[in-house]
Ligand binder design. Structure first.
Ligand SMILES: Cc1ncc(C[n+]2csc(CCOP(=O)(O)OP(=O)(O)O)c2C)c(N)n1
Length: 325
């Protein structure tokens, strides 16, 4: 019997193992050709929030999409097939890593244009508010996306119309290679900007899965009870380069010391340590999950590679084509 808190750790371990395996394969095989943005080090934001949702709630994300997709229950085979460009991928091999979707699981879609899914989530949640059922839409985005105009517009519209949306900002301190301090004025903050726009907000340690989960429950309850939107600013850090499987401590924009500081705050290690006194068997469980999920992802890769690529004949399937005049 796995406790609720152990389940959060288990789900982070699964995402870590899946992404580490995919990163190795990406580098070694050169068969996955889509750009990939890994969330390694950021798993607590995906798991802590998604575990607080109901199956009826919809989650959107940006380009850093694998972790929220898996945390919401997205199908692993369909993800892996998508990364390998296969017809049976979740976007039929046409979208790649940044365009994931599993509507059955409530993962409503991810897209690469910064800020795009913020407004789509507001629209979805506004539609939800006109149905009965108290469903909430959530949208993940990075600190960089808050510099897009659509962020301010979406906060405003959601606040005015009390839209049941939860904005989930994964603040990993960088937009590509630009630090937050070079992009946003000193003395301001993302949660402060949200409050200024009339959207209540919390800034949380995004590497503490239990704190993230508690805050997400509060935000979801707020939205579900008709009190309007809520923003979570989750402070976290990505361990790998912005895009791709490599490490980037020698690129010149962040130091090895800074990366080491954050790596020492690994969300899995911290949550495991916090649970150890209460559940002494947690270390053995983590080791067993690692083994189980390594086998699971290897099997998913084997299955994906056996699948067909999309056919050239179907190239325009699903594309928007203006009516012929
Ligand atoms: C409108 C737009 N401008 C620029 C880009 C190029 N771009 C892709 S990811 C990225 C950085 C995003 O940073 P952030 O939102 O903080 O997310 P993170 O990658 O750190 O998770 C940029 C500038 C884009 N995809 N869309």
């Amino acid at each position: 019997m796995v406790s609720d808190r152990a389940r959060l750790i288990r789900d982070m371990v699964r995402i870590r193992v899946v992404e580490e395996t995919l990163a190795d394969l990406y580098r070694d095989e050169q068969e996955i050709r889509t750009p990939v943005h890994f969330s390694i080090g950021q798993e607590a934001t995906a798991v802590g929030v998604c575990a607080a949702t109901t199956p009826q709630d919809w989650v959107y994300s940006s380009h850093r999409s694998h972790a929220p997709y898996l945390a919401k229950g997205g199908d692993l085979d369909a993800l892996v097939a998508e990364l390998y460009g296969r017809q049976d991928g979740c976007a039929h091999g046409r979208g790649g890593s940044m365009h994931l979707i599993d509507q059955e699981a409530g993962f409503a879609g991810s897209a690469a244009i910064l800020g795009e899914m913020i407004s789509v989530a507001v629209g979805t949640a506004w539609a939800f508010s006109r149905e009965s059922g108290a469903r909430v839409a959530l949208t993940y985005f990075g600190d960089g996306a808050t510099e897009e105009g659509v962020f301010a517009e979406s906060l405003n519209l959601a606040a005015v119309h009390k839209v049941p949306v939860v904005f989930v900002c994964e603040n990993n301190l960088y937009s590509n290679c630009s630090p937050l301090t070079a992009r946003q004025p000193a003395g301001t903050s993302i949660h402060g900007r949200s409050e200024g726009a009339g959207v209540p907000a919390l800034q949380i340690d995004g590497n503490d899965v239990f704190a993230v989960h508690t805050a997400a429950r509060q935000a979801l309850l707020h939205a579900r009870e008709g009190r309007g939107p809520f923003l979570l600013e989750l402070m976290t850090y990505r361990w790998r380069e912005h895009v791709g499987p490599g490490l980037d401590h020698d690129y010149g924009y962040r130091s090895k010391e800074e990366i080491d500081f954050w790596t020492a705050r690994c969300p899995i290690v911290r949550a495991t340590a916090a649970l150890r006194a209460e559940e002494p068997e947690i270390d053995a469980a983590v080791a067993a999950w690692r083994t189980r999920y390594k086998a699971e992802i290897r099997e998913a890769v084997r299955r994906a590679k056996a699948l067909a690529f999309p056919s050239v004949d179907g190239l325009l399937d699903g594309a928007y084509l203006p009516l012929a005049r």
